[in-house]
Design a protein around this ligand. Structure first.
Ligand code: F0G
Length: 514
């Protein structure tokens, strides 16, 4: 092996620990914060903080310099105009706005606020005619019918949604925002994803057969189709260009708008370039333009591939199916944005943040940046694997997902002991922060019983912040995980002391070691 220099150098550093401390001290804090990684004070983490890749980016010097040039005018600050130009440069000419009075770019303080705005406004527009008969066509595939009917049964009979928004996999906030607005979010991940095919490069694809079957029978119930790139819920797995194109064509056949959840668009483009043969010689920028040509709109959390710490947007393509079919939507979105965030020319963002974002969007499609970024994540995954820790493969763009069912295989382990939570608590004591996304985060406690997520997922995620850590840091986290893996039969279960029956319980609960 040989070492390649990084494509950047450090211009500022942040020392990690503000107070001297050791294992014992961290153990005390872990116990005091109820073994919930969200409550552990970040400044007491001496190793890697892999809780999220969202909003945790290290900004470049160019971005910092732009922050100083921020224009904090209340209306039409300079950064807004720079961003509008940059959005066209980043996402392609089809996102240009020519009609002066109909806004296409809606800024929010983060991704979920954009989701909330879209689904609140859209749902009200869809439902204004009253509800329609909720019966299904006979030729809907039985497995699909069962999935949908089971999901519908979670609603009281009088509130069962009529409309369905399918996706490869909705992120959990997207799913919740759709559900809260009385529309059914439906995940149609590809078979390779469902069957855990490790040789398949595009496990973020949508199952287009299931989508076709749904539309052949129930297209009148589907007002919008989504693809999440990359698919966070499925392990940060990319969707191929051919899948994006096919979904877009299917949507076109039925004249249904097609949107992207574009949080990690540049990382998805990198996988297309590396793994889809006809894109090998294309630049990331060209690939991004093509991906976005297929969409009628998208929402994005700039906290990921915007390379900034805060910000989000909803973008509607002029002349796209959404704009054409729902001509009132943009005006109503503007109203919603004014009521909840701010004037359309800043939305939920400060003028300086808009300028930092413009630079972030320029950097994120840089080939050397992406090569370095995604290979770091992959090397972290390979290191864990070398220590025999089971990880989802291929490793995705932003995170390594460790499979807790296989991690604890062969030990006495019951779901209700939540050993994934115990593992994350012990990793924190060792000095690194991960996050359980498994039987606790996605499971439910009902009528005195625990129900694991269905379909079953039981992961612990190490999400890698952008431009923050190098191999040395990530490998030290892998070594700590190895020590725990080698002693996995001694890892105790945990007891839930607070919050077991709450919604979104993993954010709020407290535990103690058994
Ligand atoms: N969509 C995807 C695919 C996401 O991963 C996220 C956030 C959002 C939407 C919501 O964006 O946080 O800006 O409101 N993912 C973070 C994570 C929280 O840790 O995976 P947001």
């Amino acid at each position: 092996t040989y070492y390649r220099p990084r494509p950047y150098k450090n211009a500022a550093v942040q020392f990690k620990i503000s107070t001297p401390e050791d294992f014992e001290e961290r153990r005390r804090i872990v116990e005091k914060t109820g073994l919930n990684v969200f409550f552990f004070p970040a400044h007491h983490i001496p190793g890697c903080d892999l809780l999220s890749d969202s909003g945790t980016t290290t900004m470049t010097m160019t971005q910092w310099s732009q922050l100083l040039l921020g224009d904090e005018a209340y209306g039409s600050n300079e950064g807004f105009f720079h961003l509008k130009t940059q959005m066209v440069e980043t996402f392609g000419p089809s996102w240009n706005q020519t009609r002066e009075h109909t806004e296409t770019l809606f800024l929010f303080h983060q991704g979920r606020a954009a989701e909330n705005a879209l689904f609140s406004v859209f749902s009200r527009m869809l439902h204004k005619g009253g509800s329609v008969s909720p019966l299904f066509s006979d030729s809907l595939e039985s497995s699909l019918r069962n999935t949908i009917e089971e999901k519908l049964s979670a609603f009281p009979p009088s509130e069962r949604p009529y409309f369905i928004i399918p996706s490869n996999s909705h992120f959990d906030t997207t799913e919740a925002n759709i559900g809260n607005n009385n529309i059914l979010p439906l995940n149609l991940p590809c078979n390779e994803h469902v069957h855990n095919d490790e040789a398949f490069s595009f496990r973020g694809n949508m199952n287009t057969n299931a989508l076709r079957n749904l539309l052949e029978n129930e297209h009148h119930r589907v007002p919008l189709i989504y693809l999440t790139i990359t698919n966070n819920t499925g392990g940060g797995q990319p969707a191929s260009m051919s899948n994006i194109k096919e979904v877009s064509e299917i949507a076109g056949e039925y004249d249904i708008p097609f949107f992207l959840d574009a949080c990690r668009f540049a990382e998805n483009a990198w996988f297309v370039q590396q793994k889809e043969s006809q894109y090998q010689n294309k630049s990331i920028q060209d690939i991004v333009w093509e991906m976005f040509e297929y969409a009628d709109g998208f929402h994005i959390s700039f906290k990921k591939d915007g390379l900034v710490n805060i910000g989000g947007a909803l973008v509607i393509k002029e002349g796209g199916r959404m704009a054409r079919k729902h001509p009132d939507l943009q005006n109503r979105l503007t109203d919603y944005q004014i009521l909840t965030e701010g004037h359309p020319t800043y939305g939920g963002m400060a003028g300086r943040d808009l300028k930092g974002l413009v630079q972030g969007l320029k950097t994120v499609v840089n080939q050397k940046y992406l090569d370095h970024r995604i290979r770091r994540v992959e090397k972290f995954g390979r290191k864990l694997e070398a220590y025999h820790i089971p990880v989802i493969k291929p490793v995705g763009g932003h995170a390594v997902y460790m499979n807790m069912d296989r991690f604890f295989e062969g030990t006495e382990t019951k779901d209700h002991e939540f050993k994934g939570i115990a593992f994350t608590a012990l990793m924190l004591i060792a000095g690194h922060r991960l996050c359980e996304l498994g039987v606790y985060a996605f499971g439910k406690y009902k009528n005195g019983k625990e129900y694991p997520p269905d379909p079953r997922v039981n992961f612990v995620r190490g999400a890698v912040p952008r431009l923050m850590y190098e191999d040395q840091d990530l490998f030290s986290a892998a070594e700590a995980a190895k020590v725990l893996y080698d002693n996995r039969d001694r890892i105790p279960g945990v007891e839930v002391v607070y919050g077991r029956d709450l919604t979104l319980r993993h954010f709020k609960s407290r535990f103690r070691f058994k």
